[in-house]
Structure formats: C-alpha cells, structure tokens
Design a protein around this ligand. Sequence first.
Ligand SMILES: [Zn+2]
Length: 323
Amino acid sequence: MKMQVTVIIMVCCVAISCARDITKVTIAKKPLPDNFTVAQPEKIAVTNDAVTCTIYAKRFAQGNVAYCEIIPARDVKSLSVKFIDTEIVLSKKKWGYRGFFAIDPDLKPGVYHCAIHGDTFHIEIPVTIKRSFFPVSVIPMEFDKFSQKDYIETPEVKQFIAECTKKKQKAFATRFDDCIQSPPYYPLNTHAINSAFWAKRRYLLYDSSTKKRQTVTRIHRGIDLNGNSGEPVYAVLDGIVVLADKLFYEGNMVIINHGNGIFSYYMHMEKLMVSSGDRVVAGQLIGAVGSTGMSTGPHLHVSLMVHGVQANPLSLLVLPIKK
Ligand SMILES: [Zn+2]
C-alpha cells in the first residue's frame, strides 16, 4: 500500500478585520513555569550619529526568532529594515521602531546582513548565524487511519481535508497591525518537551494486513509539549484568534494572528475556549490539552510563524519585547 503524504500549502490572499473585545478571560498565574529558565538573549548593538539598532535572539542560530529595536537620532521620513532579502515589518512606538524576523531553520550557517535604510543613512549589520541541533527521531508506527490511502481518499474525508486546508489558508491570509502589548507567556503551566522543533521524523510504517514496510520522513514544524488531557493552554502573545475549529490532522486547533505577519498556533486540543474573531492577551486561556486529530497521545503542539518562516516558539520567550 502506498503512503499518502499530505503537504499543507499556505496561500496568502485576503484580509479580515473583525475582532471582538475581551469580556471574561482567565489568565495564567505566571508567564513561565518554575522549571523553565530563560537565559539572557544574545545581542548585537550598533550605534552611530544617525541611528541606534539593537537585535536580540535567544541565539543567533537556525530556527530562532529575532527581535530588533531601531531608534533614529532624528525624525525620519522613511525607514526600512531587511534581514538578507526579507523586509521586516516595523511598528512605530513612542521610543522608536520595533520588528521581528525568524531565522530560517534551513538557512546555511554563516555571516548574513541586516540592512537598515533611512532617508539620511544606510547601515549593514553583520549577523553570524550558527548551527542549531535538530534531532532525528525514528518512530515505528502501524498504518493507521491517517496513513491509509483508502481511508483518506474516501470522498467525505477528501472533502473534509480540502475544507480544512481552505480554513487554514483563510486564517493565515489575515493581516493585522502589531497587536503585541505585553511580554510573552509559556503556553502551559509545566515545561517538558516531547518532540523537538524541526526534528526530522522517520516514520517506519508497517501494514499488518499486507506485511509491507515503508519509511516516510517528515519535518516537525513546531514543538510538542508534554501535558495531560484537560490542562490549560494559554496564548503566547497578544493577538486576534483567526481560527478555532476542529480540523482533520490538527484536531482542535487555534491560530492567533499577532499582527505584523506573526502567527502562533496550537493543535490537538481537547477543548477550545476561544472563537474566531476573539481578541486575546498573552497568557489567556484558549483551550485544553488533548489528543484530537493525528495524535498518538495527549500533548500540545505549538508552532510559531514569522513572515512565513517557521521558528521555535520557545525562542520567543527570552526576547525583551519593549512596549
Ligand atoms: Zn507536533
């Protein structure tokens, strides 16, 4: 039997603008679990007569999110920042400008440049990107309903998968201004990693009916955190819920748009406690840990995407985001 590999393609198109106000919300007691410690982030700072620029990352390494602050010495008519070829969306604050970018997990380690261009200045800041360790795990798995072509290709299931894909595309196509007002929160009350970010997973598939074996490799585009069914799941940053629904592979899923092209999403939940359109704050209860969709046991899958690039969501927690 042939293994069906489903690739989810995210296409950006239209924008939505509805957002309900917060009515009654539950917020996590603490931003971080007791057993999760944050080290000082790495920092690159450049100052000259025209501008001060500071970039932070947990490590300037593959798969981490970076945060930059730009303070021009005088008012500027135009300001743009690029990391390699990606334009970083900036938000104007009272003290200057800020923006986020993700270091692509597949970017080759080496020296790259962050270019800051204002009407009267242009600076190029070298950023050395280091290698991250992404583990390879081998997972023996019996053919189950998710990998059976006969099951996936029934008209009802095919139609449902297509509807789920459309819902995700619509959610990821939404565009908002920067919603981030408060520091990031850890999404659970306890910290234990089940499966690492960007792990290469080799599924050894075995079909007991045909006695055939097959290996399929997939990249884990988020992080799996250990949790028991029913445990609270919190939003990692302020934002607007753009999807809260039960999907085929992801189970009960929430996608939050934090503005400026930053999305976090949460999968396999037992319950959803928010609806599409809700405005949420960092640390707000959004659901409960579960094992819905393509999941082998209760856990929380969390992903972070910045300008279309996947980043390790835990790398966000060390960033000194300034209001
Ligand atoms: Zn996962």
